[in-house]
Design a protein around this ligand. Sequence first.
Ligand code: FIX
Ligand code: ZN
Length: 418
Amino acid sequence: MKPASATPAQKKLAAQVEKIVGATPVTDIHTHLYDPAFRNLLAWGIDDLLTYHYLVAESFRHCTMPYEKFWVLPKARQAELIWQELFIENSPISESCRGVLTTLQALGLDVKKRDLPALRAWFARQKPDEHAARCLELAGVASICMTNSPFDDLERPLWERGFRRDKHFTAALRVDPLLVAWPEAAPRLAKWGYATTPALNQKTISEVRRFLADWTRRIQARYLMVSLPPHFQYPGPDDGAQLIERAVLPHCREFNLPFAVMPGVKRAVNPQLQMAGDGVGLSNLTTLQNLCAANPENKFLATVLARENQHELCVLARKFRNLHIFGCWWFLNVPSLIDETTRMRVELLGLSFTPQHSDARVFDQLIYKWRHSRRVITDVLLEKYSDLAATGWTVTPAEIGRDARHLFGGAFEEFCRR
Ligand code: FIX
Ligand code: ZN
């Protein structure tokens, strides 16, 4: 908020930062969106917005229906229940609910009517390709990195068949099943023609590397990625740590790709909530420290789920130039925590990090995720530039533009190019 007593110079700076940060295109480095060629996996429109797993979890704060009865309902009926619980019977003030309204408003819809059938009718008239282009434009997003898993039975066949890539979408090779569930992954690799055994002997390791190389080439991966439970340890005797050491890290060095680690998720804390049932735990970041220290030729991207880990993560990034931290992930993606986290990162790291990714699963969510984050990032930058102005150091519009481009993808690209 601009103080009423702001001087003309302060007002000018505020207007410049607002305009420049607002207009800087974003490279969204982690999403769960797909290239339009993945027709069956595309999620967009009001019912997908309402049945987002963030909203499912919130609706069960109110809904007393047995979980299993909810899950057998068609998507439209689930959406109606969530709408009723979270928007009609309560004011939609949570970040995820507000996000739906920001999105609808940006698309030109009148939210105050609270008319779900009218919203549905509007979405039914949209052509998916045109709608997606409009969402990108309203969000100011230039490029989207997908999450691509060879272990996903819906996704894998399309990659194997091949398709013409959309220039807006880049790919990231997701390897969770390989690293956190090796006993189940090993026979799957064997079925796909890789001579792997559950025992991590030399033959198996070289076959895992062949698998990673094939998929890296096939999808043109920008990085490899894994989410990890809070207690994950590296180095260690466990399969996951062994596979990282002997297959993933040598592979990333060979292809000069970052390895993205996302520690802190406790999967299926409440399995009855299905995808909405994951939780958070405090991670032992000594694991990340060990990864960075023992592998200076590797590059690591990291985002950590627990708020309580954020300060230690910043300090680690000060110590290791092969570590690039990014995003306010999932439960951190709320304005108060984006503000706190971004402020701390700027104060400790300057501009050498990527403040946000959207994690969008529904195309329309790009609009709210980026509008809300842009607002907070703008405010943090303005405050920091104002502090500089108080010392006599004024930033030019060109410098503000350079800084914003850096935060919205430039720093990430530079890190990848190293
Ligand atoms: O592991 C991940 O990439 C997480 O982002 C997801 O699993 C999670 O469900 C999500 O959508 C968070 O925003
Ligand atoms: Zn994600």
